[in-house]
Design a binder for this molecule. Structure first.
Ligand code: P6P
Length: 303
């Protein structure tokens, strides 16, 4: 009966968050409403990404569509959908998107208490070859009565929640609201994200290292030594395997489930590193830090 219960007792992401919220009687369901709008954005992007190839075939993507309108690039389209969904939730006050030069300050009539920082479609250069890509987001509580840019320049440790949605062989939303990390897989027949990976824990030991070896000539000595030791371990242990997709959401998702390390070290070419702190790095530090056996956090500090 346990298997049947699993099949019929569907733990949707909305139900899961409502259960979580019941642990915070003071909250008035605002976070659940915000999350439902993020979920809507993820469902839209999942559908659009899956059609992108076909759209290209029938001449929609990148050219004019049947109405003669200029077809938007998928990352621009995704950004517009997320911005509109977040504003219409009535629960946000500042939005920072990788796609927008400036932060969006929500008008007072629709203003809420959350600040959302996000990359609507990270790794979008991989779309045309069908490599998994994703949305990454982090959520802060506004601190000032009149929202200012300082409200989105808070330390990563102050994020209330963080997550990502990976558009790959399946569409999977991985979320932390501060108490563990849980993965929800989209069931397209239901249009619902169903809990499939409860309480994800990053394995303490991993056999995989994930880095762009093409940058090796630019690495500093500690990075070069660390990677060399992955390949030629001094302690006689077996060498690690290199896996590098070039799409952070895919590389980190694998690291969350299989263990190992993902690194994009600063180097001579990118002295400040390449990954954006606010909506690429901080959300993953939150996810790594709240998955209880969080080797990820220490490993992310790398060499
Ligand atoms: P490189 C995608 O553009 C991205 O921001 C991350 O998703 C990915 O991990 C990284 O860049 C890949 O960068 O320099 O190895 O191609």
């Amino acid at each position: 009966h346990a298997a049947d219960a699993h099949r019929t007792d569907l733990m949707t992401i909305t139900r899961f968050v409502l259960n979580e919220q019941s642990r915070h009687p003071e909250s008035k369901g605002d976070f659940t409403i915000l999350l439902s709008h993020i979920v809507l954005g993820c469902k839209f992007v999942c559908s659009a990404v899956n059609k992108a190839g076909l759209a290209k075939l029938i001449g929609l993507a990148g050219e004019t569509n049947i109405q003669g309108e200029e077809q938007k690039k998928l990352d621009v389209l995704s950004n517009e959908v997320f911005v509109k969904a977040l504003i219409s939730s009535g629960r946000t006050c500042i939005l920072v998107s990788e796609e927008d030069e400036e932060a969006t300050f929500v008008s007072p009539s629709l203003r809420g208490k959350y600040c959302v920082v996000f990359d609507p479609l990270d790794g979008s250069s991989n779309i045309d070859c069908g490599v998994s890509i994703g949305t990454i987001f982090g959520i802060y509580m506004v601190k000032n009565s009149e929202p200012t840019i300082e409200d989105v320049l808070q330390p990563g440790k102050d994020m209330l929640a963080a997550g990502y949605c990976m558009y790959g062989s399946s569409c999977m939303l991985v979320l932390s609201t501060g108490n563990g990390v849980n993965g929800f897989t989209l069931d397209p027949s239901l249009g619902e994200f169903i809990l499939t990976h409860s309480d994800i824990k990053i394995p303490r030991k991993g056999k995989i290292y994930s880095v762009n070896e093409g940058n090796a000539k630019n690495w500093d000595e500690p990075t070069a030594k660390y990677v060399e030791n992955c390949k030629f371990p001094k302690d006689g242990s077996p060498p690690k395997s290199l896996r590098y997709v070039g799409s952070m959401v895919a590389d980190v998702h694998r690291t969350m489930l299989y263990g190992g390390i993902f690194l994009y070290p600063a180097d001579k070419k990118s002295p400040n590193g390449k990954l954006r702190v606010l909506y690429e790095v901080f959300p993953y530090v939150v996810l790594g830090g709240t998955s209880r056996r969080s080797g990820f956090h220490r490993q992310a500090q790398g060499p």
